[in-house]
Design a protein around this ligand. Structure first.
Ligand SMILES: [Zn+2]
Length: 167
């Protein structure tokens, strides 16, 4: 999934449950819940396959994703006046499972990172053909039975829902 809906839902959790320990745990779990729904994903294959010279477009997509996400969570903070540190923390924990997947590329033998990877892939039930093993993580996969339109729609729906919850 792109990071934007994860960041928004993470921030919304901070607004609704401004109690640090619970908010952080729920934000972390929300990642797997959101990934259960069909969603678009942009390729970061160049990062995955360590083609460092071609890495720029991947970094660009990631940065854009993060910047838009940060603008949205900043707006949520402005609208609600919740502790900005708490919002940043829950937003961070809401994208942590994806960060752990990137880290797995650097530390392939780390057991915790491997566990996260398997759980993360398991929740992609409605996403056809997610990489089923770590070996396949480095290759491009992904048949699309659910159209991209629907996949984009679920992302927008989560962002709108998130804002609807706090207004
Ligand atoms: Zn994910």
């Amino acid at each position: 999934m792109i990071l934007i809906p994860h960041l928004v839902i993470g921030a919304v959790i901070a607004v609704k449950i401004p109690y640090w320990p619970l908010a952080i745990v729920l934000a972390f779990l929300s990642h797997y819940f959101l990934d259960f729904f069909p969603h678009i994903e942009y390729s970061i294959d160049n990062i995955r396959q360590r083609r460092w010279r071609k890495i720029k477009p991947d970094i660009f997509k990631l940065t854009l994703d993060l910047i838009i996400g940060l603008i949205l969570i900043f707006s949520i903070q402005q609208l609600t006046n919740i502790n900005p540190l708490l919002i940043l923390a829950t937003a961070f924990f809401a994208i942590l499972p994806d960060i752990l997947i990137i880290l797995l590329l650097i530390f392939p033998k780390n057991v915790i990172l491997q566990k996260n990877f398997y759980i993360h892939q398991k929740v992609h039930l409605l996403n056809n053909n997610p990489p089923s093993s770590f070996a396949k993580l480095r290759t491009t996969e992904g048949q699309r039975k659910i159209s991209n339109g629907w996949r984009v729609l679920t992302q927008i729906a989560f962002v709108i829902l998130g804002f609807a919850f706090i207004l």
